[in-house]
Design a protein around this ligand. Structure first.
Ligand code: ADP
Ligand code: ASP
Ligand code: MG
Length: 440
């Protein structure tokens, strides 16, 4: 039996926490391959190493120097090495890294050094080989993750190694340059290693005892979810439950490897199991979890008989394509259609240009936009089994005095998404949570 363990930023934040990591790995012989993040926050108000590295890159781009931010990075790694009492040439590693950052002048390369350095130190602490993700995690010429090549290279690198530490978050593109995943991407690296290792379990160690039914920063003490399916995880994490990166299921899904979320600070707690959808057993709960995100814009288009107009949708989508805009949802009616778009993509006059071009392309009777919209996803396989779920949902939102601005029931019958004004986001989440979780 092989387990792959990924340790997140808080687990790597300082020497004391890294000792916990070493104890967790040592406690179970099957914990053979370890994937690590860069050191995260040690306390509220602290800065993650990765954020300091993005700042380092901005300094390099502006002034050609790594600046104050990189001094802080060096201090953190010196501190960790000293705290662990590691006999390690940390000064040389740091100065070599700084020289490379100045030479590469690449944002991804700079950001990746947090994981690189923390993996080097973890390998030294555990006294096991270090595998540089650059050598084994590959992206193709278009910048897409190359799963097949990565799997072959990783399998070869792991072969014959009883234990190893692999750096998370980054790999190398087809041109030999370091490339990172999106933020939180070490979760994906862990899943990639789990797949290549043929693991029977992917343990994802973090700072909470599992996946909670709602964001604990918004709903006080939400219930813990004991088990959820890959599909439920995908919906919840995509919609903001960032305890696990939403793309981390793809590598493990192909091999049916379950994921277990565990707490580095309470290793005895059971955690949450994320299971292949076929192995998932109905929990008896109508709703498994609730997640959400703020700051969306809805572009609403109305035109009589739009359905009869061949190519109408195509013309509208061509405008979005031209501006390289992706949309989250597209609720539509007979004579209406709307797009829900992350407002970030519409800044600096893009929204105005898009509206103008849609007007020219399809001559709508009416085109309106609403911004400051928050989306809330209510997710669960149980929803389709229980009659009256949406009635309960909308009643709870109405009772909280909140106006629903948009509704989209996913074609998977696994989720219902509602749009409310940003300012009602927290109130709505709490109301929906109370309705479905304070029932028994
Ligand atoms: P790591 O650095 O270990 O990868 P993250 O900070 O990425 O950890 O993810 C863990 C955090 O996710 C928790 O501390 C918690 O604040 C947040 N979080 C948001 N939604 C949820 C949820 N539904 N369940 C658990 N944690 C959540
Ligand atoms: N260190 C990276 C980040 O902060 C990746 C990760 O922690 O998963 O986003
Ligand atoms: Mg994370």
């Amino acid at each position: 039996m092989i387990k792959v363990c990924k340790f997140g930023g808080t687990s790597m934040a300082d020497g004391t926490n890294m000792r916990r990591v070493a104890d967790i790995v040592a406690a179970d012989d099957s914990r053979r391959y370890v994937v690590v993040s860069a050191p995260g926050k040690r306390f509220g108000g602290d800065t993650k190493i990765t954020d300091l590295l993005y700042e380092t890159y901005r300094n390099v781009a502006e002034s050609g120097e790594t600046g104050e931010a990189f001094l802080k990075v060096k201090e953190r790694f010196r501190g960790i090495t000293a705290e662990l009492g590691l006999n390690y040439e940390i000064e040389k590693l740091l100065s070599d890294t700084e020289a490379e950052i100045l030479k590469e002048k690449s944002e991804d390369f700079t950001a990746s050094r947090g994981e690189y350095l923390s993996a080097r130190l973890t390998a030294a602490l555990l006294n096991v080989p270090f595998i540089d993700a650059r050598e084994v995690v590959k992206f193709d010429e278009a910048g897409r993750f190359d799963g097949a090549l990565t799997d072959t290279l990783l399998k070869a690198a792991l072969k014959g190694k009883k234990r190893a530490v692999v750096s998370g978050f980054y790999g190398e593109d087809a041109f030999g340059k370091v490339k990172t995943f999106s933020r939180g991407g070490s979760d994906i690296s862990g899943a990639i290693v789990a797949r290549a290792a043929g693991a029977s379990l992917y343990e994802n160690w973090t700072d909470v005892s599992g996946f909670l039914a709602c964001d604990p920063r918004i709903v006080p003490n939400p219930e813990q979810i004991r088990a959820l399916s890959y599909k439920e995880l995908r919906e919840l994490s995509y919609m903001g439950a960032n305890v696990l990166h939403s793309e981390s299921i793809f590598p493990v899904r192909e091999a049916d490897i379950p994921i277990r979320i565990k707490n580095t600070f309470r290793p005895e707690d059971e955690g949450t199991d994320i299971l292949p959808t076929s192995k998932y057993r109905y929990s008896g709960r109508t709703v498994t979890g609730i997640a959400g995100k703020k700051n969306f814009t809805v572009v609403f288009i109305e035109k009589s008989l739009m359905n009869a107009e061949i190519g109408f949708t195509h013309k509208v989508l061509s405008v979005l394509l031209k501006h390289e805009i992706s949309f989250e949802h597209m609720p539509s009616g007979i004579d209406t259609m709307s797009f829900v778009i992350d407002s970030e993509q519409l800044k600096h006059g893009v929204l105005e240009a898009v509206c103008e071009e849609i007007r020219e392309a399809v001559h709508p009777d009416n085109l309106r936009t609403y911004d400051d919209i928050a989306l809330i996803a209510v997710v669960g396989h149980g929803m389709s089994r229980n009659v009256g779920t949406s009635a309960r949902l909308f009643q709870a939102i109405a009772n909280a005095g909140v106006n629903v601005r948009m509704i989209d029931q996913g074609s998977s019958e696994l989720n219902i998404i509602v749009g409310v004004d940003n300012e009602n986001y927290e109130r709505t989440l709490n109301a929906v949570y109370d309705e479905f979780f304070k029932e028994s």
